[in-house]
Write a protein that binds this ligand. Structure first.
Ligand code: UDP
Ligand code: MG
Length: 311
């Protein structure tokens, strides 16, 4: 099998209304660029709607369309991983299926790649169209990840980027579970450049990132690239110990030099609850890391392919 110049990988989860419009836009862009040597890989992440049928419709029309169908939903990042594993192009572009990542930008990505950049990442420019909630949570997400982890994450970067073959091969060596591409890719090195874009509105359907998925994603982002939260627990513990030491001095002072002793019931209960709460949080932090070790040690597959036309 000869290797195409460009691979486009598209994680797809319940996007039945988006696949055909996205595909025709992609074909239009690639034709404009006079690129006929490409493959488009749809990674169907266990959609329960008609996404797979739509993809198969495209497959019958064009042999350059590939699909990977998961046995169930394995999540966006694992769908990306499968795309990278199966893609054979000299450059691999990943983008969302909902047309929020404008296909018109592909020309710019490819031009930078031809100018010898190995990683071309994109930065989302905020628009009025984004909901206030999305803007706020996204801001908080990047602030928190940058504060708590060692790798610097650029605000507004998403999984819309072009990677050179050499980068893809490097990335494939990262075997860990719950790989967090946004954090890993910038840390790889290579010659990188960023491109700004204005996101479109989601063409059809609703966001697949529910609030709980976003919280989980943020926790993955923080704990996958750093052990800082564990240090944080030591600082907090030391701070609380110091507070209680001074409080003890104060209590001794009261009982010796004043007649107001034994009024401390409320403050005792308050501090017990406070310290208990902090301990539970920190135990949770340790638990997250332990859970990660546990799941890594099982070495389970990142995804299960039920059906594909890639051999
Ligand atoms: N997606 C996926 N698996 C999931 C959730 C999402 O493959 O479990 C895909 C989805 O089909 C889309 C992309 O990941 O192509 C981004 O998801 P979405 O647009 O819902 O996220 P948002 O843009 O709202 O952050
Ligand atoms: Mg989207």
């Amino acid at each position: 099998m000869n290797k195409p110049e460009i691979s486009i990988i598209i994680p797809t989860y319940c996007e039945e209304g988006n696949i055909i419009p996205l595909h025709s836009k992609l074909i239009f862009e690639l034709t404009q660029l006079k690129i006929s040597d490409f493959e488009i890989i749809y990674v169907n992440d266990g959609s329960r709607d008609k996404s797979l049928d739509k993809i198969k419709e495209l497959v019958t029309q064009d042999s350059r369309v590939k699909y990977i169908h998961f046995s169930r939903n394995f999540g966006h990042q694992n769908a990306l991983r499968a795309g990278l594993d199966f893609a054979t192009g000299n450059a691999v572009i990943s983008m969302d299926a909902d047309l929020q990542h404008p296909p018109e930008l592909i020309a710019t990505l490819i031009n930078h790649w031809r100018a010898d950049y190995k990683i071309v990442f994109t930065k989302r420019k905020d628009t009025k169209d984004l909901t206030f909630f999305k803007k706020l949570t996204s801001k908080l997400f990047y602030k928190l990840v940058n504060y708590l982890s060692e790798t610097k994450l650029e605000e507004g970067t998403a999984d819309f980027r072009l990677l050179d073959r050499s980068v893809v091969e490097a990335l494939k060596k990262y075997k860990e579970n719950n790989l967090f591409y946004r954090g890993i890719v910038p840390s790889l090195g290579f010659k990188q450049i960023g491109v700004e874009y204005v996101p479109n509105e989601r063409f059809s359907g609703e966001t697949k990132y529910t609030f709980s998925k976003m919280v989980r994603f943020a926790l993955t982002g923080i704990t996958s690239s750093s052990a800082k939260p564990l240090y944080f627990s030591i600082y907090l513990g030391a701070f609380l110990a110091l507070c209680s030491f001074f409080y003890g001095l104060y209590a001794i002072y009261i009982s010796i030099f004043t007649s107001n002793a034994i009024t401390g019931w409320t403050s005792i209960i308050a501090s017990i609850l406070f310290i208990g709460g902090i301990q539970l949080i920190m135990l949770g932090v340790v638990g997250i890391y332990l859970g990660k070790l546990f799941s890594e040690s099982k070495n389970r597959p990142h995804y299960i392919v039920e059906e594909t036309n890639i051999n």
